[in-house]
Design a protein around this ligand. Structure first.
Ligand code: ASP
Length: 594
């Protein structure tokens, strides 16, 4: 029998549902229902055919009896992911056949009429085995991947978090305002995506890296409280878990002090955690940037475990051990960490750790097993006093292992910052749950070795602290910023700052950054001009929605919480973007591809 009618199409009329699959319950026993959904699975039990019918709410078992001459032949033909309308009576399942694993496991629907709405080809992968399938295949068939409960739940959580954020901010008097996507280059420091203008040939829009300048201008315009779920575009190499476009919860406020923005941000974060039933105590713990670098090696400290870094350079200033002495002489440091009761570590493991640290740029890794004496390849180069000081400094006991890295400060911090995470994972030191933290007291600038100039640590519109104003001329690298970052389990989920609202100060900062007056005017002239017309004090923050939802959902990748993500190579495997365009389109834009 053919499912298609005379015109070659499946008949268009179909019965609309009266109930969702996942909501059929014992209370409905004896009642007639109509269900719409997908065939999750089909079982032929010698005569009776059982279908699990699925919609967004769950699955319910549907039974088709061979006596049902109209529906049975169709039930024999249907396959996984066919779309059906099922009419029938809800009945309690016979004793012993209940299924405790599903919410509707006490009932089934005895089919009176089965109707085909849509067919499915054989699937490229079984939906309930998708976790074992190559991600590229899943991204190519993203609609099938998302059809799984895991896909649905991630995006449902995202939706709910967004609604909470909106409600929270609306109740605080914020206005949701959109800013343009076709705009001028913005200052987050990444490469821009450019869009050629047809009407202004030879000119380009840049997609915004963030709405930074527009939100500041909205403050000058007197809106006082703005927010937006803003799409941000950054043409970066997609190392790690990044996407060329991501969504920020972006906000800005006027007539505020630093703590006002921090407090509101912390409350907003706490609000999002309510969605997963977690109560977060605010204010969050605060840590200054200096301590984060000192003890954790980076400015997004993972506080789920201790393993703090310790600077032991002092012990080795006059060391006979040339490697250490030279590093210190050249302005570097010797830092390390201690892991308790790790004497079971093998030589092979130490070699593995050394390779790991070398891979991150260190010259090497020194390991020391503490026994009655120190066992280490470098032990013979160290004096008794140095060994004693080391043991005291780390409060090390027999059985503990000390690791040291000696190099330039940045290298040491970067290497040990990652190594402590590796050790914590291997020694199972990571405490469960969410560990939130606000990092404050950032420096205004960092030194760009390559370009031999100062760079903003946050962005060029960040306000220095009052105390730092004098340092701007004397020693700008010591100047601190009114900036703050929000960290969850070692992941930076947000950051912001108070902004400069004095055009003169803004000019000064541009000068320090080596942005000449003309360049500043070309790039940011519209903001500078706006600051000339009565700018209020203002500040704001932006949270990475994708990362936040990923953490809340307990997922490992932001791709899991984005409906249509791109690969590491920046491609969309479903639509095949980016793609070539026609010569006609290129001509209109007066572009050549070679
Ligand atoms: N625009 C900044 C960013 O995207 C955040 C902020 O300062 O509000 O990092």
């Amino acid at each position: 029998m053919k499912d298609e009618g005379q015109r070659g199409f499946i008949p268009m009329e179909w019965q609309k549902r009266t109930k969702y699959c996942g909501e059929v319950s014992v209370k409905d026993a004896g009642k007639e229902v109509v269900l719409n959904g997908w065939v999750n699975s089909r079982r032929d039990h010698g005569g009776l055919i059982f279908l699990d019918l699925r919609d967004r709410t769950g699955v319910v078992q549907v039974v088709i009896n061979p006596d049902n001459k109209d529906s049975f032949p169709l039930a024999q033909r249907v396959r996984s992911e066919y779309v059906l309308a099922v009419s029938g009576k809800v009945s309690k399942r016979p004793k012993g056949t209940e299924n405790e694993n599903i919410a509707t496991g006490q009932v089934e629907v005895e089919t009176s009429a089965l109707q085909l709405i849509s067919k499915s080809k054989a699937l490229p992968f079984e939906l309930d085995e998708a976790d074992k399938v190559d991600e590229r295949t899943r991204l190519q068939y993203r609609y099938l991947d998302l059809r799984r409960p895991a896909g649905y739940m991630a995006l449902e959580l995202r939706h709910k978090v967004v609604q909470r954020v909106r409600n929270f901010l609306n109740n605080q008097g914020f206005l949701e305002i959109e800013t343009p996507d076709l705009t001028k280059s913005t200052p987050e420091g990444a490469r821009d995506f450019l869009v050629p203008s047809r009407l202004q040939a030879g000119h380009f829009y840049a997609l915004p890296q963030s709405p930074q300048l527009f939100k500041q201008i909205l403050m000058v315009a007197g809106f006082e409280k703005y927010y937006q779920l803003a799409r941000c575009f950054r043409d970066e190499d997609l190392r790690a878990d990044r996407q060329p476009e991501h969504t920020q919860i972006d906000l800005e406020m006027s007539f505020v002090k630093k703590d006002d923005v921090i407090n509101l941000s912390e409350q907003l974060l706490a609000e999002t955690f309510l969605e997963i039933g977690q109560k977060i105590e605010v204010p969050l713990k605060r840590m200054c940037y200096g301590d984060a670098i000192k003890y954790y090696g980076n400015d997004k400290p993972d506080t789920r475990f201790d393993l703090l870094l310790s600077d032991v350079s002092d012990i080795f200033t006059k060391s006979e051990f040339k490697v250490f002495a030279n590093v210190i002489k050249n302005g570097g440091v010797i830092k390390g960490l201690k892991i308790d009761k790790a004497s079971s570590l093998t030589r092979k493991k130490f070699d593995e750790y050394t390779d790991y640290c070398r891979g991150l740029g260190a010259g090497g890794l020194v390991w020391m097993v503490i026994d009655n004496e120190i066992k280490s390849p470098v032990a013979k180069f160290l004096s008794a006093a140095e060994k004693k000081s080391l043991i005291n400094s780390f409060e090390a006991n027999p059985g503990d292992v000390i690791f040291l890295v000696a190099d330039k400060t940045e290298v040491v911090n970067q290497v040990l910052g990652s190594f402590r995470l590796l050790l914590a994972e291997e020694f199972k030191l990571i405490k469960p749950g969410f560990h939130l933290l606000t990092v404050i007291d950032f420096p205004m600038f960092e030194y760009d070795e390559e370009e031999k100039r100062l760079k903003s640590h946050h962005h060029p519109f960040t306000m220095p602290t009052e105390d730092s104003l004098d340092l701007l001329d004397k020693d700008p690298l010591l100047a601190s910023a009114n900036a703050y970052d929000f960290i969850i389990n070692g992941v930076e989920v947000g950051g912001g700052s108070l902004r400069i609202f004095d055009p003169k100060l803004q000019e000064k900062i541009f000068g320090l950054l080596g942005i000449a007056k003309q360049e500043a005017n070309d790039k940011f002239g519209f903001l500078l001009k706006a600051l000339d017309y009565g700018a209020p004090p203002h500040g704001g923050v932006a949270f990475g929605l994708d990362r936040l939802v990923m953490l809340l959902a307990g997922r490992q990748s932001i791709r899991d919480v984005i409906a249509f993500p791109k690969t590491q190579a920046g491609t969309d495997l479903m639509t095949n973007a980016p793609d070539i365009v026609s010569d006609k389109q290129l001509k209109e834009l007066r572009l050549k591809t070679e």
